[in-house]
Structures are given as structure tokens and as C-alpha cells.
Design a binder for this molecule. Structure first.
Ligand code: F6R
Length: 611
């Protein structure tokens, strides 16, 4: 998704802006650009389709120099990914704007501005902001006042930054529905859509709230809230090492992040487990009181986070006896929902900025839920700020677009939630919580054992390199794991992959099975194993090639057309977390064999901040 970086300094800010854009590359984009105001009073611009490295190279060949500037990576929504549609957008060579989000009333504004004599050079919704700001400058005579007047006319979502040739000592920014952070330096200040972009210049950040407007000079930062009142926002110091954004010894961020799972799962558990129980206050001071009233749970999320929610449904109902519904946010937000009494509303999100999930939370507030809980990886995200309770997954920054460590830490958090609600409501089977707490403590070691299968899975990946379709099967809580396996494979290798509950095979998908359609199955040693084995026979009988990740005690063996990869034994309740790992590795190695862009798959963005 789009990224914004801006800065005002004594030094030339071009290099800082480009480095910031590089750090935002992981969000996905298709063009990039930078605009600067030079000391001799010129508004300069360079844009390019393709990679930020190409923009950087062009700035090395023909430098642009300026002490004030804004830059952007664009992920096309309105208009194709061309240079003309790339940001920054100009108005009459005096104003430059970069924008994340979508302006919903852009067509009406475009007509109005055309009527006022403004000529449009792009098909973007953003260009209306540049011209509107220019028009308001004529009325207000000053950039901040003009921005305030501009945003009053914008409908939709925006995080934006702008500069104006007439006031070359400042940049202005506004946030509504798309995150922005101010980075505080010494004699220089910055703005970005994600603090990651600014960590090379500062570790002090001020997060804008919904509706905030910022005016930023080298020495000052002034903020106003949505009512136009001057406000202060807390300055937060970022502690984690900037090295988190490096690949280290790994070829791709995705592989690095898969291998981080034992450590980040450990971190997510730390301080949250007592001797024999989950520490309920980990969810916040009001958690015990709130959980005591929970009779139902509604989970809402997107993509991989939705799959985590689907696993949690098996846990909440199966272990804690709490009815649970799970829905993708883009559906939930537009549906008339009947809310059961005493329902806890739970959102799950790596980024905490996913537009649909946030909108679902905002809608839910008016629907009479008991309260809201965010399971999220970004502590300062909108989702966390707007929820009553939070449980942070401590996966650290996830750079690979395909979510891996965020998913397994979400599962851990959801297991903690299941046990916490069950504990407070008294619905857990005697001894189960102590048993699972002990198993959770062993989980990082088990994950390490699963990762040790790396080279075996790499060999298995060869089976898929020439294939165009695959089927993933699972039963019970392994069905969402199969869905997640299929999503990973399709998003990074571009091989069509579908997931089915194994019992559904004969109700349709079996018709697809032949020697060209490998079938991947996860088979822990549980009550459903024998049924799963029959499903596998159905596949073999049709000449289908099977890859089975199976418990060492599952008594499944390699044979013609059947590859069995033996998994460490694990408590059935935690099996979804462990069995996710080989499926992540499988997609990774298939994608490497296919030579795709593993960390930045085509058409996808890391943080989906627009609908
Ligand atoms: C897939 C993936 C996406 C995200 C989805 C929600 O690998 O990463 O499906 O899970 O876009 O994102 P978050 O979790 O940030 O709300």
C-alpha cells in the first residue's frame, strides 16, 4: 500500500526521503516519486514507475537538492501505475501533495476545480487535493489554514503531506483514516506513514490521531485536532533495533521471519503465563470483569488474520464452550448483524491499520457488543487505540508481505484468550488449563523442531514447481491451517491453490484430482485421523499425488504417489500452530523455485489501508 515520507532540514533531504521509501517498499507499490523545494526557490520533482532503486539511481545520476521535500510510493487505485499518476502531484507548479487513502468525492471536486480553471495532469483522486489546496491558498494566504479549509471538503480516507513554494520552511500533514507519524529530529523534523521509514533519522515519534493536522518546520511541530483546537500528542521513543528491518543471513525476509517463530512465540508468551494459568490481566485491567460476562465471541479479520480467527473458533467452542462466530471484515462491515447478548467483539490484525477491520470495529461500537478486544502486532495502531482491550502479538516488524510469524503469534494470543475466558467463566475442563500452559511453554522448542525440517520441505517443494493447481485438505482446526497453507502458496508462488475440509472432497473437488493436482494434507494424530486416512485413499484411487505432514505416530508411510513428512508430536490443541510451519516453508521454497518476488508478491500490499 502507498507510503509517505517528508522532511524539513538544514541538509539536503532527498537521500533521507529515498531511504524512507526503501524502508516502506515492503508495503507494496508500483511507482515512486519525490518533490523538493530548492534553496533558490524552485519546486523540483522526479517520479518513476517500478522500483525505488530506479528512482534512487536517477537521483544519483541527476541529483535534486532541497531542504524541504515529500516523497511517496504509490499502489494504484485511481488510474494506472504510470509516471503521470505517480505522486507527488502538483498544482500550478507551486503546491505538491502526496496522499495515502481514497478521496471518495474526487469526481465532484474535479468538476468543481475544472470549472475554476484547474487543468488535471493525472487520473488520480490525489490531484484534486493539490488543486483544492492551491485554490484555498488564494483564499487563506497561508498553507496551514489552506490545508484546514481543504480537508473540510474531503470525503474518504487520507494521510497526506504537502509543501508550498510560497512557504519553503514548512510542510503540512493531515490524517483521517490513514496513519501518519511525525519523526522528531534535532533541528530537523519529518513525517511518514510508518515510523519504520524514519528510524534512520530519529527514534522519537509523535503519532497523529484521527482528524489531526500538523504544521512542521525545522524547529517546531504544531498540531490541531479535528475541531481545530491546538493539541499535544505524546512523544514515544522507539526502542527496538533498526536491524529488525534487515534480512540478516537470510535470502528473503519471509524465510527470516519463518525462522524467527520460536523466539517471537516465546516473547508473546512472556509475562502472560502463571504457574498453571493464563494471567488474565495481560488483556488489560478491566479484562477479568469483562470476560466474566462473555457468553459469545464475534471475531472479525481479513486474510491470514481471518484464518487465525477460524482456528480460534474451534478452540473457544471446543475447549472453553463459548459460542463463537468468525467473519471476514469486508463482509461484516456491510451486513446487518444480529448481535447475541453479551458478545465480545474481537478483531485480529497484524498491522492494526487494515481499513475493513477498522471499519468493522467502528461499526460494531454502535451495535451493542459487550466490548472490543484487538489482537494486534502494532501497539500504536489505530485498531489498538480504538479497542477497549488489547493483547499484543510480539512478532516484531513483519516485512515480508506474506504473513508468517504474525499468524503463529496470533494463534498463540488466541489460545491465551480461550484459556483466559474459560478460566474466568469456569467453563474449562478440570486440569486442561494447567496442561495447556505447560504445552505452551514447550511450544517454542517444538517450533524449532518443525523448522529443522527445512531441507526436507525444500526437497518436497520440487514436486510443485511445474504444477498449476493444488488442493489443501485438513479436518477440524486443521481446516483453517489448510486454508492458510493454500493462501501462502497462491500469494507468493502464483500457483492456484484451494483448501477444503477433507470430508468435503467427495462433494465436488474430487472431480479435479488427477496426477497434475498435488494434494497437501496436515494430519496430526487426533480423533479425526482415521477419517482423514480414508479421504487420502480417495485421492490416491484417482491417481492424485499426496504430500502429507503427519504426526510421527500417525502410521502413515511413504509409498508410490505419497510423500509423508514426519512431524514432532504435539498436544492436539496446539497442532494448528505447529503444522502451519511446514506449509509456510513449502510455499516459500516453491516460490523460490519459480523465481517469483517472494517478499513483495505482485499486486499485493503489506498494509491494506484502503478498501
Ligand atoms: C497474507 C496476508 C494478508 C493479511 C491481511 C490482513 O499473507 O498477509 O492476507 O493477513 O491483509 O492484514 P492485517 O493482519 O494487517 O489486518
Amino acid at each position: 500500500m502507498c507510503g509517505i515520507v517528508g522532511g524539513v532540514a538544514e541538509r539536503n533531504v532527498a537521500a533521507v526521503l529515498v531511504e524512507g521509501l526503501k524502508r516502506l517498499e515492503y508495503r507494496g507499490y508500483d511507482s515512486a516519486g519525490v518533490a523538493l523545494i530548492s534553496r533558490d526557490g524552485q519546486l523540483l520533482r522526479r517520479r518513476s514507475t517500478g522500483k525505488v532503486s530506479e528512482l534512487a539511481e536517477s537521483l544519483i545520476q541527476q541529483p535534486l537538492i532541497g531542504q524541504l521535500g515529500i516523497a511517496h510510493t504509490r499502489w494504484a487505485t485511481h488510474g494506472a501505475p504510470t509516471e503521470a499518476n505517480a505522486h507527488p502531484h502538483f498544482s500550478r507548479g507551486e503546491v505538491a501533495v502526496v496522499h495515502n487513502g481514497i478521496i471518495e468525492n474526487h469526481e465532484a471536486l474535479r468538476k468543481e476545480l475544472q470549472g475554476l480553471g484547474y487543468a488535471f495532469a493525472s487520473q488520480t483522486d490525489t490531484e484534486v487535493i493539490a488543486h483544492l489546496l492551491h485554490y484555498k491558498l488564494q483564499e487563506q494566504g497561508e498553507l496551514t489554514a489552506a490545508l484546514k479549509a481543504t480537508v473540510r471538503q474531503l470525503q474518504g480516507a487520507y494521510g497526506l503531506a504537502a509543501i508550498y513554494l510560497g512557504q519553503p520552511d514548512r510542510l503540512v500533514a493531515a490524517r483521517s483514516g490513514s496513519p501518519l507519524v511525525v519523526g522528531l529530529g534535532l533541528g530537523e523534523n519529518f513525517v511518514a506513514s510508518d515510523q519504520l521509514a524514519l528510524r534512520q533519522v530519529t527514534d522519537r515519534f509523535m503519532y497523529l490521531e484521527e482528524g489531526d493536522i500538523a504544521e512542521i518546520t525545522r524547529d517546531t511541530v504544531q498540531l490541531w485536532n479535528h475541531e481545530g483546537q491546538p493539541v499535544q500528542r505524546e512523544v514515544v521513543r522507539y526502542h527496538e533495533g533498526a536491524e529488525a528491518a534487515d534480512k540478516g543471513e537470510y535470502r528473503h525476509f519471509m524465510l527470516k521471519e519463518i525462522h524467527e517463530q520460536p523466539a517471537v512465540v516465546q516473547r508473546t508468551l512472556e509475562g502472560r503465563l502463571g504457574q498453571q494459568q493464563v494471567l488474565v490481566p495481560s488483556f488489560g485491567p478491566q479484562a477479568a470483569q469483562l470476560f466474566g460476562r462473555v457468553r459469545n465471541v464475534q471475531i472479525v479479520a481479513c486474510g491470514t488474520s481471518y484464518h487465525a480467527g477460524m482456528v480460534a473458533r474451534y478452540w473457544l467452542e471446543g475447549l472453553a464452550g463459548i459460542p463463537c462466530q468468525v467473519e471476514v471484515a469486508s463482509e461484516f462491515r456491510y451486513r446487518k448483524v444480529v448481535v447475541q447478548p453479551d458478545t465480545l467483539f474481537v478483531t485480529i490484525s497484524q498491522s492494526g491499520e487494515t481499513a475493513d477491520t477498522l471499519a468493522a470495529l467502528r461499526n460494531a461500537k454502535a451495535l451493542g457488543y459487550l466490548g472490543s478486544l484487538a489482537i494486534c502486532n502494532v501497539g500504536i495502531s489505530s485498531l489498538v487505540r480504538e479497542s477497549d482491550l488489547t493483547l499484543l502479538t510480539l512478532a516484531g516488524p513483519e516485512i515480508g508481505v506474506a504473513s508468517t510469524k504474525a499468524f503463529t503469534t496470533q494463534l498463540v494470543a488466541l489460545m491465551l484468550l480461550t484459556l483466559a475466558i474459560g478460566q474466568v467463566r469456569g467453563t474449562l475442563q478440570a486440569g486442561l488449563e494447567a496442561e495447556l500452559v505447560a504445552e505452551l511453554r514447550r511450544l517454542p522448542v517444538r517450533l524449532g523442531e518443525a523448522l529443522a525440517m527445512d531441507t526436507t520441505v525444500e526437497q518436497v517443494a520440487q514436486l510443485f514447481a511445474e504444477k498449476h493447481h493444488t488442493l489443501f485438505l485438513g479436518r477440524g482446526a486443521q481446516f483453517p491451517v489448510a486454508m492458510e497453507g493454500a493462501l501462502k502458496l497462491k500469494e507468493i508462488s502464483y500457483i492456484h491453490a484451494e483448501a477444503y475440509p477433507a470430508g468435503e472432497l467427495k462433494h465436488g473437488p474430487l472431480a479435479l484430482v488427477d496426477a497434475d493436482m498435488p494434494v497437501v494434507t496436515v494430519a496430526p494424530n487426533n480423533a479425526l485421523l482415521e477419517k482423514l486416512k480414508s479421504n487420502l485413499q480417495e485421492v490416491r484411487a484417482r491417481g492424485g499425488e499426496l504430500v502429507v505432514f503427519a504426526d510421527a505416530q500417525a502410521q502413515l508411510s511413504n509409498g508410490e504417489g505419497t510423500t509423508v513428512v514426519s512431524m514432532p508430536h504435539i498436544h492436539d490443541a496446539l497442532a494448528p500452530i505447529l503444522y502451519t510451519v511446514p506449509l509456510q516453508l513449502l510455499s516459500y521454497y516453491v516460490a523460490v523455485l519459480k523465481g517469483t518476488d517472494v517478499d513483495q508478491p505482485r499486486n499485493l500490499a503489506k498494509s491494506v489501508t484502503v478498501e
